[in-house]
Design a protein around this ligand. Structure first.
Ligand code: CMC
Length: 378
């Protein structure tokens, strides 16, 4: 079949068959392997979600313990990767460091046996196992601080906070970050997942495929929106300034970060859950003017743009939650990546299990039959 009509952004065009997650954008429904995100956010935890995404079912206790144990066994970066992290420039963004770090992790890991799915799975576990330490270590290096040796007793969320701050997180902070990881783990065929599947379809390894996905997630229209939401809220200057700020933005035809979504025409279900987390966090640890500004902005944008299907997305509340957890703004998108690695790797395994090289067409708009003009005649 030759498609002759361009669909910008491939909006709505199926790129693969997948049984990993499902969205109904009109109803604001998201499920992982058939289980609603609200149920997972309330009752599950990140390691269990990794198991669910990868094995297509909830694990038994012994299966979960075995997977968690294997992930923990890969938590340390080892001398070569630690040296690599310490050699990274302190300028630049942690997403750039993560992109390089995942490729470097591949360089210090066993070469994949293309004919052995056990070797594929081992590589995925190495990535998921090391990611929390890798991201936190890149940030420590950026801050000029010594790297922290990971703690094998902690969850992925707990280890991330420990390796970032050098002290064990309290139970509330660890649980809230864990819940944020559950909420961001997987989201059908978005730009970064598509990038991961395209790279995977060349039969490359999951280190380079997830490294490519990190590059796609970095952009402000995708995962990079969460840090911009925070900067946007800070720039508004308080709930009483929201109206005036909004009018200026809309007059300039600028987008409001943290609102709108290609597939949801209602409030993103993950934004509901993150708002609950924010509410809980601010109740126990005290509110901030940013939270009040966010509530005022949500009310106004929903009233003005809701009829066009523009509502808060997942990134709207995540930044204020992470800020309250004491996480630097530049590390917000890497946290999204830490979580989404689980989904990308599920897609890596699904794509490799039934692969067809991606090779879309194009609609050529250039000139034809142009003759070469020698340099002296131009
Ligand atoms: N603020 C104001 N207007 C908006 C917004 C917004 N946040 N989002 C969409 N619109 C308007 C847009 O201006 C356009 O209007 P018009 O038809 O008059 O030109 C119309 O809605 C369609 O916009 P689009 O950008 O063509 O639609 P899309 O389906 O490509 O939008 C989006 C999806 C996420 C790129 C867009 O909503 C956006 O840029 N939002 C802000 C960035 C953001 O928050 N991104 C995080 C997305 S959720 C995390 C993730 O999964 O990656």
């Amino acid at each position: 079949m030759t498609q002759t009509e361009l669909v910008p952004g491939l909006a709505g065009i199926p790129a693969a068959e997948s049984s990993i997650s499902f969205i109904n954008g009109a109803e604001g429904l998201l499920s992982y392997r058939g289980i609603r995100i609200e149920e997972l956010a309330a009752q599950s935890h990140f390691e269990e979600v990794v198991s669910l995404l990868w094995d297509a079912k909830l694990p038994s206790q012994s299966e979960l313990d075995a997977l968690s144990g294997r992930l923990k066994s890969h938590r340390e970066l080892g001398p070569a990767l630690s040296k690599f992290v310490l050699g990274l420039p302190q300028s630049g963004h942690p997403m750039e460091a993560l992109q390089a770090g995942l490729a470097a992790l591949g360089m210090v890991s066993p070469v994949l046996d293309d004919n052995d799915p056990a070797s594929w799975r081992d590589a995925c576990e190495r990535i998921m196992g090391a990611a929390s330490t890798l991201i936190a270590s890149c940030e420590r290096n950026r801050q000029g601080k010594e790297l922290v040796t990971p703690d094998p007793e902690l969850s992925i969320a707990g280890n991330f906070l420990y390796c970032l701050n050098g002290e064990k997180p309290d139970a509330i902070r660890e649980r809230i970050l864990d819940c944020a990881l559950v909420l961001h783990a997987e989201h059908t065929m978005n730009a970064s997942t598509f990038a991961c599947r395209v790279v995977t379809s060349t039969e490359t390894n999951p280190y380079t495929a997830t490294s490519a996905a990190v590059g796609a997630l970095f952009g402000p229209l995708h995962g990079g929106a969460n840090e911009r939401v925070l900067r946007q809220l800070e720039s508004i200057g308080g709930p009483d300034k929201v109206q005036e700020w909004f009018e200026r933005k809309t007059a300039a035809k600028e987008k409001i970060m943290g609102f709108g979504h290609r597939v949801y025409s209602t409030k993103d279900p993950r934004a509901h859950s993150l708002q609950e987390l924010a509410r809980e966090l601010f109740k126990t640890h005290g509110s901030t003017p940013l939270y009040d500004t966010a509530l005022a902005l949500e009310e106004l944008v929903t009233a003005k743009l809701g009829s066009r299907g523009i509502y808060p997305n997942v990134d709207f509340f995540s930044g204020i939650v992470y800020q309250k957890l004491g996480i630097p703004t530049d590390v917000f998108t890497p946290i999204f990546a830490l979580s989404r690695l689980s989904g990308w790797l599920a897609h890596w395994m699904e794509q490799r299990g039934d692969n067809k090289l991606f090779r879309p067409g194009q609609i050529y708009t250039g000139r034809k039959d142009v003759t070469y003009t020698p340099m002296g005649e131009r």
